[in-house]
Design a protein around this ligand. Sequence first.
Ligand code: CUK
Ligand code: CUA
Length: 633
Amino acid sequence: MDNNQEKSTEKSLTTLGMSRRGFLGASAASAASLAGLTLTGVMTPAQFAQAAKEARANVHIEPGELDEYYGFWSGGHSGEVRIMGIPSMRELMRIPVFNMDAATGWGLTNESRLIKGDSVDAVVGDAHHPHMSMVDGRYDGKYLFINDKIHTRVARIRCDVMKCDKMLHIPNVQAIHGMRVQKVPYTKYVFCNAEFRIPHPNDGRDLNDPTKYHTMFNVIDAEKMEMAFQVIVDGNLDNTDADYTGRWAASTCYNSEEGATLAETMRNERDWLVVFDIHAVEKAVAAGKFITIGDSKVPVVDGRKKQKSAFTRYIPVPKSPHGINTSPDGAYFIANGKLSPTVTIIQVDKLDDLFAGKISERDTVVGEPELGLGPLHTAFDGRGNAYTTLFIDSQICKWNIKDAIAAYNGDKVNYLRQKLDVHYQPGHNHTTMGETRDADGKYLVSLSKFSKDRFLPVGPLHPENDQLIDISGDEMQLLHDGPTYAEPHDCMMVHRSKIKTKKIWTRDDPMFAEAREIAKKDGVTLEGDNKVIRDGKKVRVYMTSIAPTYGMTEFNVKQGDEVTVFITNLDMVEDVTHGFAICEHNVCMEIGPQATASITFKADKPGVYWYYCQWFCHALHMEMRGRMLVEKA
Ligand code: CUK
Ligand code: CUA
């Protein structure tokens, strides 16, 4: 934390201390938590400030010190992913994905446009769920996946370079929301829910007949980034998670009424947790027992409830459930009630019997603890405790899973451990390594949707407030407030030992394989030549760069030409990134050391147009420039 952050934290903690409710001090905690389900107890502001100060002292990151964890934050409807350092909460980098990014040229360069594929013209996206690939239930540091709700996409980020390398536009469905990876035996699949129900195919038929709409659960081949299969379901799918055997995925599902308006979707007392038998679907697809929809070739199986298929079971849970989280020991799925003050604990090893028809759906439920108002998401510390966000109560509720199950069985035990105020209205929360077998119970982040009075006012649009909480002891302690821009729904935190990034690009990187192909056809070597190739009205300009010069100080084109500029950065020095921008032509991109980047534009105005390097690279960075001379047609 830098000094300003430190001060603002201290100030806000003090403010907090005077207005909080339900906070338990270290000394009062155990006694109070045994006293009953309603936890009350107020620390004096001085006690609270002291406790927070002590907690902060353990996590102070000096300038120049490196964080212990990487955090990957969704950027919500900004369409990007952000890399954070934990515990400092410093924003380390942004990874443009579904958005356009002026600094790096993402969405403008030919390399990024190729990756965006058939959704290249979409420059908005709504990213919710960033999750890392795993081997045997542990992060492998290879890929990060992220969904886009607006354009029904899933993208992949390569963690060696922290750039998006694949984007899949998912057919037959609308609005990809919940997304997680298969944890075991490895991330062969990415699971994602399409939320909104549409006609199939969605070609103008059945517009006025919502009874014919449905949605699907989608399974993506993670390595190829192609669709593996889809499963038709009842209701609207919300969030999803995978288990630790590799056989099951489970999605929360609202609107069991299949209504089209809010009133219609609220009638039933219970909706569902839909459990998918991934192995059963794989078997059916391999045996050719599937349908396809419209022009799409993706295998589709029918997992609707009345079908009583081998693919799905619909476990009734209190209505409109939201988050679904698998406990790190693999024993339980925990469905978060949202409109119900409860979460529902489903025992994973009972699913075998459920699918075999030996027990009924509700027999898989082994606990339904009441936690507070608006439970949305649950995280874990690896010590048997769960941490559930209470959206309406603006709290994190810490509770014990074993005790909640015992209470469900009639034992007189209190499963609640602590309720900590957060500021305000938390959505997701997440613990370090908490969605893997390596859950280490050190930090929890509360992604609070409202910041209200926590920061200097910046106009009617407020930042959100991501709060860092120490969960290593018996008591949760708030460490830090971090304002964030729209809108980190979800995040994940991975120990830095799991991530190995490249310092500079390697020349054989697939990211610029296409540029290499084009150059080859032109008889040009990207690393050596500085050349202009005319091909009718198309002009390809090949240029190298070494700080502080480009390989060409000028090049000529004709008015009306379609110009593609390829820049190959020959610098071998870490952190010497060049840019390439041309005045008045909407051209601006990043070229990392040893990378090639290319961009295409129309030279439609005669005259002199300077190009220059816009990434500060050298003492003579300002001088790194040249002229594009556009001759009158
Ligand atoms: S969702 Cu936003 S708070 Cu998209 Cu995972 Cu729950
Ligand atoms: Cu090259 Cu600035």
